[in-house]
Design a protein around this ligand. Sequence first.
Ligand SMILES: *[C@@H]1O[C@H](CO)[C@@H](O)[C@H](O)[C@H]1NC(C)=O
Ligand SMILES: *[C@@H]1O[C@H](CO)[C@@H](O)[C@H](O)[C@H]1NC(C)=O
Ligand SMILES: *[C@@H]1O[C@H](CO)[C@@H](O)[C@H](O)[C@H]1NC(C)=O
Length: 512
Amino acid sequence: MRVFLLLVAFELSWAQYNPNTKPGRTSIVHLFEWRWADIALECERYLAPNGFGGVQISPPNENLVITNPWRPWWERYQPISYKLCSRSGNENEFKDMVTRCNNVGVYIYVDAVVNHMCGAAAGSGTHSTCGSYFNSETHDFPAVPYSGWDFNDWKCKTGSGEIENYGDPYQVRDCRLVSLLDLALEKDYVRSKVAEYMNHLIDIGVAGFRIDASKHMWPGDMKAFLDKLKNLSTTWFAEGTRPFIFQEVIDLGGEAIKASDYYGNGRVTEFKYGAKLGTVIRKWSGEKMAYLKNWGEGWGFMPSDKAVVFVDNHDNQRGHGAGGSAILTFWDSRQYKMAVGFMLAHPYGFTRVMSSFRWPRYFENGKDINDWVGPPSNGDGSTKSVTINPDTTCGNDWVCEHRWRQIRNMVIFRNVVDGQPFTNWWDNNSNQVAFGRGNKGFIVFNNDDWNMSETLQTGLPAGTYCDVISGQKEGNGCSGIKIQVNGDGTAYFQISNSAEDPFVAIHVDAKL
Ligand SMILES: *[C@@H]1O[C@H](CO)[C@@H](O)[C@H](O)[C@H]1NC(C)=O
Ligand SMILES: *[C@@H]1O[C@H](CO)[C@@H](O)[C@H](O)[C@H]1NC(C)=O
Ligand SMILES: *[C@@H]1O[C@H](CO)[C@@H](O)[C@H](O)[C@H]1NC(C)=O
């Protein structure tokens, strides 16, 4: 009996690490600031047919409206209530999105902002996305309701009430992060309100949560509200399925709070991943791709089964958060495609692809003074819809990296090689590297400043394969480079350092 109980506890405590994506769908995409109506369409017309497992959405709850004179993206990280009412749409549109995406096997992951409410200086009134009244001075949020008793001010020991020193874990978790009113998650009442919000989303059919600012909450307080969560809806998920949990903890090393503090609650965002990969692909600090041979735990990253990985996210693509100027983004598209390609080919971690909007990036003294600009919007402040061009790219300043051929085809590559080991590593001790995934796929990079011409062991069955970077298999033909794999598994690769994309990827589903 004792053994049985332990086994059950073990299984339950493991469930929240499972992304809950359908078998054979191994990545999610962050459709940053997209409207629910557009996400529903994208699930049906693009994500499901191309093997995407899910979508991380922007916070769906009511938030502060900031107009100065345009609306910043970060207003959505200033909650006013847990009503499902935001720039992305209302509750009916939210339900329609979840239903339609789930029905085509693409699941929804909610960005849950539960560490705090709006900034202390937000004032009072009804300038919120649903028009709910609030007063930041008296800490009154009647639409939840929260009152002055539900915040941490008494607990914070700094003079300013703000986090002043990241070396002190009490400050990081009990004080205000950039003036945001810090919820008292040690109170069962607050935990219950947070769980009620998340359970409402589970009832609608979401598959899991990114938990914003997890570093600023005590892991035990988080566990307390996570333990109150329901199992996922049996309309779409097997009975007893726990919500996928991944926690935003920025840990680049050298701080009091470590990503490992949070493993007990679910997966954690591995911020070292994009910072290091950007440095390598840019060839900064003496890094080179040959060093990627032991990428993953060998680089001091968290265990693969705890990690959510990404090349860039909505914060660090615009200089917020972590990683600084090493982070690769769509603005550096050639190197970005190589980095995303490497990530999707490599077995480490659970992968998230970024999908951005273009903003009027403008540097003054090394800082982007427009890093705050919100999504493409109409004159009345409403978010512009995502239009699709005849060539399948997006209009209205939506970047849609997930629709770039190279990235979309590598999402498919990852699905094809799922479960296969990391094999046949090769490098030239510089920036030409290659590796395989068992007998299912092989990828080759030339990030050196000279041409590459090598015969390599691919591990693949003999045949003619279509490179999914320069093109793809179309019917019985190939719109890209063809690669001939010989009977002994070797193949000849020639990659010009000036190629539009200096990498080649082949897999068994792109065999001609
Ligand atoms: C989730 O499902 C499991 C297995 O069916 C069950 O034992 C557990 O009580 C459920 N948890 C909740 C919170 O409903
Ligand atoms: C990298 O590979 C090329 C041939 O593909 C070779 O000419 C070059 O010397 C190699 N660089 C190093 C540092 O080994
Ligand atoms: C590298 O390859 C490209 C394409 O094949 C070719 O045009 C170029 O001359 C080559 N460069 C060198 C230095 O051999």
